[in-house]
Each structure stands twice: as structure tokens, then as C-alpha cells.
Design a protein around this ligand. Structure first.
Ligand SMILES: [Zn+2]
Length: 159
């Protein structure tokens, strides 16, 4: 492990604010989560380690100068995040992961999308149907509020 400079630490903290969704590239630890596995950033410590809560369980740090990770950046990675969010979506009064608006009432009454295991609001459901029919330009998963907000420190998306 090498020591981190003040400016590098600042850069890391800006790049990986709390709530950022990351993908593990490499971790030199027998207890490491699977490579390619995703997690939610808790914060960056003074040594530059990215403290992460892994979806597979555990919270091993991504050690500065030794391990590497990157932000969720592709449609495939965004889908993994959305599937994961879908599992922690509350049954009532959830937030629509696509537009960020509040969904009143039972989540299960809303629209289930085809490409990820998650509920979205009825209005987004209608827009998705139009997109599927080719009547509207498709919004990539990576542009959904749940993903975009996470990447700028919107915190782990809950409900
Ligand atoms: Zn929506």
C-alpha cells in the first residue's frame, strides 16, 4: 500500500461519494467479494480506501493502491444495480427508480418493466411501453434517476 496525497484523497472523495454504485475490478483478499460484483460506497477513509457495502454481503474496503473498482457505467451494470434495488424496494410508497417521483400506495400495483426486476410508476410504465413500441426514444437504464443520483452521491436509493 502506498500513501495517498491530500489532492488525490480529495479527488477520490469527489469521485466516490457515499451512495455511489461501484463494480469490483480487483481485490487482493481471499475474502474478497466476487470480481465484477457490485456494492454501495459508504465513504472514503483517510488512507484512501473506498469503504463499500457489497451486495453479496460484507464490507471489505477497496484499498488504495492495491485494489480497484469503477462506477456502474454500462447498461448491463445498471441492470444489476436496478435488480438489486428492486429487491429492497418497499412494498408501499416507494420512489420510482426511473423518474424519481413518489409512488403512492402499493408498489405491486405499479408497472413492472421487462428489462430489470423492479417496479416503476405508472407514467414511466406507459413511457416504457411507448419506447418498446418504438414510438419514443429509449431512456438508457444508466440515465435512470436511481443510477444517476447514486453516482453523484444521492445516497443508496431506498424506496
Ligand atoms: Zn417514474
Amino acid at each position: 500500500m502506498r500513501l495517498i496525497s491530500e489532492s488525490e484523497l480529495e479527488r477520490l472523495r469527489q469521485t466516490y461519494p457515499k451512495g455511489t454504485r461501484v463494480v469490483l475490478d480487483w481485490m487482493d483478499d481471499p475474502q474478497a467479494p466476487p470480481l465484477g460484483g457490485q456494492g454501495t460506497v459508504i465513504g472514503v477513509d483517510d488512507a484512501g480506501s473506498i469503504m463499500t457495502s457489497w451486495d453479496s454481503g460484507g464490507s471489505l474496503f477497496v484499498a488504495y493502491g492495491a485494489d480497484t473498482c469503477h462506477k456502474v457505467a454500462t447498461e448491463t451494470e445498471a441492470k444489476v444495480t436496478l435488480d438489486w434495488y428492486g429487491k429492497c424496494q418497499p412494498e408501499e410508497n416507494a420512489t420510482c427508480p426511473r423518474c424519481g417521483s413518489a409512488i403512492a400506495g402499493l408498489t405491486s400495483r405499479q408497472a413492472l418493466i421487462r428489462n430489470a426486476d423492479i417496479m416503476i410508476c405508472s407514467r414511466c410504465g406507459m413511457e416504457e411501453a411507448l419506447e418498446a413500441a418504438g414510438l419514443r426514444k429509449k431512456i438508457p437504464l444508466i440515465d435512470w434517476v436511481a443510477i444517476k443520483k447514486s453516482q453523484i452521491g444521492g445516497g443508496p436509493w431506498k424506496g
